[in-house]
Structure formats: C-alpha cells, structure tokens
Design a protein around this ligand. Structure first.
Ligand SMILES: CC(=O)N[C@H]1[C@@H](OP(=O)(O)OP(=O)(O)OC[C@H]2O[C@@H](n3ccc(=O)[nH]c3=O)[C@H](O)[C@@H]2O)O[C@H](CO)[C@@H](O)[C@@H]1O
Ligand SMILES: C=C(OP(=O)(O)O)C(=O)O
Length: 429
C-alpha cells in the first residue's frame, strides 16, 4: 500500500497547473465509442480512473492509442464485445457511462453494476428509468445491467432528483435515438456541458446543456472529432483550499474561474483574498481564517466533491462552522481521521459541527475515499510535524502527480510504500 508522508507547516507558495476534469473525461471517453471514425481527445488527466476506463474500452475491442500522457486516439470501429468485464468496472463509478454509449450506438450493452467511492448508497434507478423511457428493456442479471432495444426512440424524461450520471447517460443514449428527447430537472455541472459539447462536435444535436432542460434531436450516426477536456474544477478547488489552509499564496493556472464561483465565495467569506484572471485564479491568506456555514448542492451550488476540503480548512478557522452534506449520506468518514490530528468535529446525521482549533499536529491517518483523502493531505500540509496518509490509492483515482505539484509549491511531501522510507523521511532535518 502506498502512502504520502508530509512534513507540514510550510505555506504553499507559487504556481500550479490544473489538468483536464476527470469526471468530464470519463464520460467523453465512453462517448468516443459511439462512432466508427477516429476521435482524438486532449487534456486527459493521467489518473487511475482514466487509465482503468481506457483498458476497459480496449478490452471490448476498440483501438486505443495513448499518444502522450494527456492525449489519446480512439477508434471504436473494431468493438466486438458489448459485455464489459467486472474486473475493470468494480474499480470505477463512471463505467456506467458505457451503458448509455453502447446502448445508443449498438442498441445493446451489458455492464456490471459500478464501483467508485463509497460515500453512501448510490442507486442508478434514474439512469435505468431514462433508458426504459427511450424504449430499452433493462434487467439486472448476475450483477450486471443488461440493456437492449430493437430501436431507441425519443422521450420526455423528468428526473426525480438532479443526477450528473443519469443526465449524461441519458443524453448519450438519446443522441442516437430516433426523434426528440427532453430531459427535465437535468444536472447543470460544467462536465455535463463538456460532454454535450463533445457529442455535438461528433454531430449530435443537443441544446440546453447547462440549464435544467436539455433537448436532444437523435441522429443516425456520429463522426470523428478532436476535443480538449475542460479544466478540472475539483482539482483546482482542492489547491485553492490547500493555499487557504496553509496561509499560502498560490496562482492556480488553466482554470475557468466561473466554474469555481461557489468555492471562491466561501473562501472570500472566511477571509481569503481571491483574484480572478482570464484562465487562472490566485488564492492567498495571511491571517487566521474565519468560520462559515456551507451546504453541498448540485451546480451552481457548493459541490459535494469539495466538502471535505472546506471542512478541513474550517477545522483550523476561528469559531464554529456547520457543514451540511445534502448529496451523499456517508461523506464524513474523514472526521475521525481528522480528530486524530487534533480537529474538533462532531458529525450528526448529514451535518458536521466544527469548532476550529489553532493547529493540527501530524498523525497517521487513512484516506477513506478520493476527496476525503485529498483533504487529509491538506490537513497534513497545515499540521505541525509529520503526517502519514495511508490508502492513497483513492487519491490516485483523481489527482495527477499530487505530490509533485505540491512539492512545486514548496510542500515537503513524498510518495512512499514502506515503513523504512517513512522513517527516513521522519529523520530528515
Ligand atoms: C464519476 C462522476 O462524475 N462522479 C460524480 C457524480 O457522481 P454520480 O453521477 O454518481 O452522482 P449523481 O449526481 O448521480 O448523484 C446525486 C444524488 O442522486 C442520487 N441518485 C443518483 C442517480 C440515480 O439514479 N438515483 C439516485 O438516487 C445519488 O444517490 C445522490 O444522492 O456526481 C456527483 C455529484 O456531483 C459527484 O460527487 C461525483 O464525483
Ligand atoms: C466521488 C467521486 O468520484 P466517483 O463518483 O467516481 O466515485 C469524485 O470524483 O469525487
């Protein structure tokens, strides 16, 4: 098991470059299987979720050429198998997008129920409701979702709750259905818009992505394209909180500041300086930060994927803050780990009550999931002494070269995989 070992206490200072959005790229890679022509995708993040999905896409027969770390060429004309192996799928959530993509193009798909972060019960009933409304027969057999249709037709679908995954999955399948589809109560996240832009660049006809009503006119075929994935607002936001919690000064480059507005507003509320430029954002803090309340919501509200990062920052702020998680029921698993570092955080149902402390002290902690893991790294960067973050396999799902980028900002952090290296790091002056 790999770990990060961190000696905290240095303010992060400097510049960091943000990569492409994992959660957009995952859907875009599956959508690339919807044409027989070649698709070139740039600005892919080099993270384990993307690499696993590329393996799954190659396994069903597509030709996948990794041109460089951030660019891939996919040709799906050679797909021969519409049944995806559990080996790949159990590791990632977004494997469910293969259902919408393959069902849209081939009118049949068999995909095991997805994995992903264990942050609560994560049903996919809205995805399946959408496929059924488009005319597919859907059943669960031996742990896999089997969807097939003689012919997909347009439909009017009202989602029972705002779901990123269901919106994107239905949008993909409906792109190649006969006739018009309307998705109401659709998710408005930037990655929904990015996937719609990608599909439109392949010849799909999708309007309204980014609003809560998406209208899709089905087309018979999609064609090849070149496309660069949108910057990752969650990676960017994570560095914004790392700057804030360490009282640093960081210029975060290659971002779309508009996508970061909810995070920016909270950072300003607690006393950080945030300067926005065309495609970068600078976050600095020079004094102890203040308290606030925050509730996670679908975009443009405050993102659930940024909840642990703000909680860690508030755990060092002056006063009592309340963090309410309204999307997933089990996203406070980091609270006990943070308490080991001296945080005062009490979880009651979907609420965390945080009494800010003056400082954390380094400890051995385990990452319970991707974003909580990143938040524990931020805690370690701010803490006095050495912190060891275990189970970083979760963090590697979504952050490219996390330790390298943090070292570039002056952090003392190393990726290690044995007790001897941790001891060596501890002994280093
Ligand atoms: C790979 C990916 O992009 N993951 C993101 C995606 O996850 P994911 O697509 O799984 O999240 P959703 O937006 O679908 O989930 C939102 C809420 O709706 C519920 N729900 C969803 C679908 C459904 O069929 N039935 C149902 O009850 C979920 O349990 C959750 O409470 O959006 C989440 C919310 O922004 C993010 O935290 C995840 O990082
Ligand atoms: C929860 C996340 O990912 P997934 O939905 O893939 O588990 C995330 O990206 O924060």
């Amino acid at each position: 098991m790999e770990q990060y070992v961190i000696r905290g206490g240095n303010p992060l200072v400097g510049e960091v470059e943000i990569g492409g959005a994992k959660n957009a790229a995952l859907a875009i890679l599956t959508a690339a299987t919807m044409t027989d022509e070649t698709v070139l995708i740039e600005n892919l993040p080099d993270v384990s979720d993307i690499n696993v999905l590329l393996e799954a896409i190659a396994e069903i027969g597509a030709t996948v050429d990794r041109i460089d770390r951030h660019t891939v060429r996919i040709n799906a004309a050679t797909i021969g198998d519409l049944s995806v192996d559990y080996e790949y799928i159990k590791k990632i959530r977004a494997s469910y997008y293969l259902l919408g993509a393959l069902l849209g193009k081939y009118k049949r798909a068999e995909v095991p129920l997805p994995g992903g972060c264990n942050i609560g019960s994560r049903p996919i009933d809205q995805h399946l409701k959408g496929f059924r409304a488009l005319g597919a027969e859907v059943s669960i057999r031996h742990g896999a979702i089997v969807a097939s249709a003689a012919d997909l037709h347009g439909s009017h679908i009202f989602l029972d709750m705002v779901s990123v995954g269901a919106t994107i999955n239905i949008m993909m399948a409906a792109s190649m259905a006969r006739g018009n589809t309307t998705i109401e109560n659709a998710a408005k996240e930037p990655h929904v818009v990015d996937v719609a832009n990608f599909l439109n660049s392949m010849g799909a006809n999708i309007k309204g992505a980014g609003t809560d009503v998406i209208r899709i006119k089905g087309v018979d075929t999609l064609h090849g394209t070149s496309y660069a994935v949108v910057p990752d607002m969650i990676e960017a936001g994570t560095y914004m909180f790392a700057a804030a919690a360490t009282k640093g000064d960081v210029l975060i480059k290659n971002v779309i500041p508009k996508h970061l507005e909810a995070t920016t507003a909270k950072l300003e509320e607690i006393g950080c300086d945030v300067e926005e430029f065309d495609d970068s954002i600078r976050v600095s803090a020079s004094k102890r930060l203040g308290r606030t309340h925050v509730k996670t919501q679908p975009y443009p509200g405050y993102p659930t994927d940024m909840q642990p990062q703000i909680a860690v920052t508030l755990a060092l702020a002056n006063g009592t803050s309340i963090v309410t998680e309204s999307i997933f029921e089990n996203r406070f698993k980091y609270a006990d780990e943070l308490a080991r570092m001296g945080a005062c955080i009490k979880v009651e149902g979907n609420t965390a009550i945080i009494d800010g402390v003056e400082k954390f002290t380094g400890a051995e902690v385990s990452a319970p999931d991707l974003r909580a893991g990143a938040a524990l790294v931020i805690a370690g960067l701010a803490a006095e002494g050495v912190t060891v973050v275990d189970d970083i396999v979760y963090i590697l799902r979504g952050y490219e070269d996390f330790d390298g980028k943090l070292r570039g900002l002056g952090a003392e952090i190393e990726r290690v995989n044995n007790a001897k290296d941790i001891q060596k790091f501890r002994l280093r002056a």
